[in-house]
Ligand binder design. Structure first.
Ligand code: ADP
Ligand code: MG
Length: 368
């Protein structure tokens, strides 16, 4: 049985103005045991509302939610299980620690506050110390939150979320308040903790790098709907929509008109030239509007004209050396179209000189 099953959940809010927002708009998905699912999308797309609905902190308007095979919410059956009876842990962006309690007491809190499940005192102490050790702050047991750095506080919050040993842990942007270095470290540790402990995770973020690093699967949210659910590789290489393609990684996008279709191959005429690309199994007809999209790292820059399809003369604007690669901005054709491409080489072409841009047809995805 899936650890979480969300079926056709809808949640509407009424704004002050009276306008109704579909914060969650018919969302369905499952999280199998041990899976790490990241809900990814820009601010306001409904991530927090979805997580709070699963936790029981928000009541949906429609649909059903089950946790570990047990229905915890159903609009049709009029079921709504209280948050503290859902057997899940949750960790938020703000550390939400009790300021008047030591780290030990904060972490022990969920074990003592749960109804109907008294944990013996020495068992509490054992589990709290284990959780603190696990997140690397065993030595902070007696400290108060005010005496700790942000990163340390978030480790305590993490220990508190893990101490109950729940099968499901919900994370709402827990790393967005810690600084970049600590965030990277915590991500890395979170991945190995999850692997070690085996809990299932539903992790909300607006940060695509974070999503790629953490997720077994990513659900990209667009205005309350799931635009695509897939592995990081699927989402990156085979985005279902232009929205997904733009949201994950950098991409060049040129809109034009379909001029020919042959199986999986498709020809698109655009303001800066003809593109040969792949449909990824979608159906197109001649005359359709379509976007040719390709990743900057798949483009090639050469001084001499390459003997391939998908080649355009251009002018290199600014080569930006960023260490691992160099980012070239190239204006192409007579139009003011700019394309970006990344190369491991920094010495290909000087700024403001002529060059050829090319990209292999397999690397051009054509999307409606
Ligand atoms: P995210 O976490 O992705 O930033 P939220 O789930 O917080 O998005 O919000 C989704 C949408 O629902 C937004 O348009 C937001 O303004 C609206 N919303 C969230 N909570 C409320 C509320 N309590 N009352 C009215 N509107 C809300
Ligand atoms: Mg949010």
């Amino acid at each position: 049985t899936p650890v979480v099953e969300v079926k056709n959940v809808v949640k509407r809010f009424r704004r002050e103005s009276g306008a109704v927002v579909n914060a969650i708009d018919d969302v369905s998905f499952e999280v199998p045991p041990g899976d790490f699912v990241v809900l990814l999308g820009p601010s306001g797309c409904g991530k927090t509302t979805l997580l709070r609905s699963i936790a029981g902190l928000e009541t949906p308007d429609e649909g059903a939610i089950s946790i570990g095979g047990r229905t915890v919410y159903s609009s049709a059956e009029r079921i709504e299980v209280a948050p503290e009876r859902r057997d899940i842990s949750m960790i938020f962006q703000s550390y939400a620690l009790w300021p008047h309690m030591t780290a030990f007491k904060n972490v022990a809190y969920p074990l003592q506050s749960r109804r109907g499940r008294k944990v013996a005192k020495d068992e509490v102490a054992r589990r709290v110390r284990q959780a603190l050790e696990l997140v690397g702050v065993g030595d902070l047991e007696k400290q108060y939150p005010g005496q700790m750095s942000g990163g340390q506080q978030q480790r305590i919050a993490l220990a508190r979320a893990l101490v109950s040993n729940d099968e499901l842990v919900l994370f709402d942007e827990p790393l967005s308040n810690v600084d970049a270095k600590v965030r990277e470290q915590l991500r890395f540790e979170l991945v190995s903790m999850q692997r070690e402990l085996g809990f299932s995770a539903l992790f909300v973020t607006h940060d695509q790098t974070e999503a790629m690093e953490l997720a077994h699967r990513i659900a990209v949210l667009d205005s309350g709907r799931i635009a695509q659910l897939g592995t990081p590789q699927e989402i990156y290489h085979r985005p279902a929509t232009r929205y997904v393609a733009r949201f994950i990684g950098a991409i060049n996008e040129v809109v034009g008109t379909v001029a020919g279709v042959d199986g999986d191959g498709v020809v698109v005429d655009t303001p800066y030239g003809r593109f040969v690309g792949t449909t990824g199994g979608r159906r197109f007809a001649v005359g359709d509007r379509a976007a040719a999209m390709w990743r900057p790292e798949r483009g090639l820059l050469t001084r001499d004209e390459p003997q391939t399809v998908n080649r355009w003369p251009g002018r290199v604007k600014a080569p930006l050396f960023v260490g691992s690669h160099t980012e070239y901005v190239v204006s192409v054709g007579t139009s003011e179209t700019e394309v970006r491409l990344w190369s491991p080489r920094s010495d290909l072409v000087a700024a403001d000189s002529a060059a050829w841009v090319s990209v292999h047809p397999d690397d051009v995805l054509v999307l409606p």
